[in-house]
Design a protein. Structure first.
Length: 401
């Protein structure tokens, strides 16, 4: 992969564009979740229907993710980012104008099309525009946009929903879509990226094995992580924690995830790590946090919530960095495939977690999340071994004869 910073845009603008487009892609369901009380109160739909709407968002994103990655390689980074902004903006406006639950569902489905293009475009832009020795930090910062959307959803309640009305929060979010379009690269000669589809070759069997392992690992890891963001407050309240304190702990825990993603990327740059082993380690640590949430109670839950968020949500930036470095000839296409695993995990995890709570209780549900995190960590280590074999195969193929 080229480390030239003279790509479609300068590195500073590239980082800003990647963060904004990632935020825009992920924002609609989190904004809806943050203002769920106000939206449901006016449009009269149930918590179950809210969960279904979020599931539809991630299902559409998962279904289109691989195709979006291939289209990003073909059409170019700038057009992929513009596609994210266009569909997210239309979806936000549909929700803002909703008069029924069906309109909300349709708005999220439309926005999900844009979300499928967000990560392939952002990852490819950073891979082509930022020097390798700074990529850990910038990928961590870019991935921090996802937990940041949950903070935006929470902040929208007192600032907008309770003052001028929830609809205006969705209208205001369209401003971020416009910003994404402004920041998107324009240079046609480089916006398409220096490479496509492994130099025109079909992806090898070894590369496909790596991708399958990465998809599985991402799926397992994200199942627990998304359940954590959705059910932590309810679990704490069920354990006797006051609602206000539980909400404050969620904000603090989300902040710890943001800090972990940025700090992890910075540390990778400093230490020169280029593998999935730190990702596997973080997932293993998060499994201990899930078990703490499952079987402990009282004030000690606070540090375990912080630990679980930091480790359970802190690995995504390092994962994205390892992905684009492994598939440096097709970062957008590979991101699209792997992102499908993340979306499926985001879709399936909360549903299975809620089912476990209803069938058993929160303790067993959190224990299950811990097992998933530990399995994800082991799968990441397996993927790293496959990457090392793949790198040897690639080196022997490219060596002069």
């Amino acid at each position: 992969m080229s480390t030239d910073t003279g790509g479609p845009v300068g590195p500073g603008r590239a980082v800003a564009a990647a963060i904004v487009v990632t935020t825009v892609g992920a924002l609609p369901p989190f904004l809806l979740g943050g203002m769920a009380v106000q939206v449901r109160g006016e449009l009269t739909f149930t918590e179950g229907q809210l969960g279904l709407a979020v599931t539809v968002f991630f299902a559409v994103s998962a279904a289109l993710s691989a195709a979006a990655g291939r289209l990003t390689e073909r059409l170019g980074i700038g057009k992929a980012m513009a596609t994210t902004a266009l569909f997210a903006g239309v979806g936000l406006l549909v929700i803002a104008a909703s008069t029924s639950y069906g309109h909300v569902l349709a708005g999220l489905a439309v926005a999900a099309i844009g979300n499928a293009f967000a990560q392939p475009g952002a990852n490819a832009l950073l891979a082509h525009s930022v020097r390798q020795r700074r990529q850990g930090l910038v990928f961590g910062a870019k991935q921090s946009a996802v937990p940041f959307t949950s903070l935006l959803g929470g902040a929208a309640v007192p600032l907008i929903a309770l003052t001028v009305g929830w609809r205006w929060a969705f209208v205001a979010a369209v401003g971020l879509c416009v910003t994404a379009v402004v920041l998107a690269p324009r240079d046609r000669s480089r916006a398409r990226g220096p490479v496509r589809g492994e130099g025109g070759r079909r992806r090898s069997a070894a590369a496909n094995r790596v991708l399958r392992a990465l998809v599985l690992a991402a799926l397992l890891g994200n199942m627990g992580a998304n359940s954590l963001g959705i059910f932590l407050v309810e679990s704490l309240v069920d354990d006797g924690v006051a609602e206000s304190l539980a909400g404050a702990l969620l904000v603090l825990s989300s902040s710890s995830a943001i800090a972990a993603r940025v700090a992890g990327g910075w540390l990778v740059d400093r230490r020169g790590w280029h593998s999935l082993r730190p990702v596997g380690g973080l997932l293993a640590v998060s499994s201990l946090g899930y078990l703490g949430l499952a079987w402990l109670s009282g004030p000690v839950l606070a540090p375990f919530a912080l630990l679980t968020f930091a480790a359970g949500w802190g690995w995504n930036g390092l994962f994205a960095l390892a992905l684009v470095r492994t598939f440096h000839r097709e970062p957008a296409a590979a991101s699209g495939v792997a992102q499908g695993g993340l979306f499926v995990g985001a879709m399936a995890g909360p549903g299975l977690f809620g089912w476990a709570v209803e069938l058993f209780d929160f303790a067993w549900a959190w224990s299950g999340a811990g097992v998933l995190a530990l399995s994800a960590g082991a799968t990441m280590l397996l993927a790293q071994r496959l990457i090392e074999r793949y790198a040897v195969d690639e080196a022997s193929t490219e060596a002069p004869r």
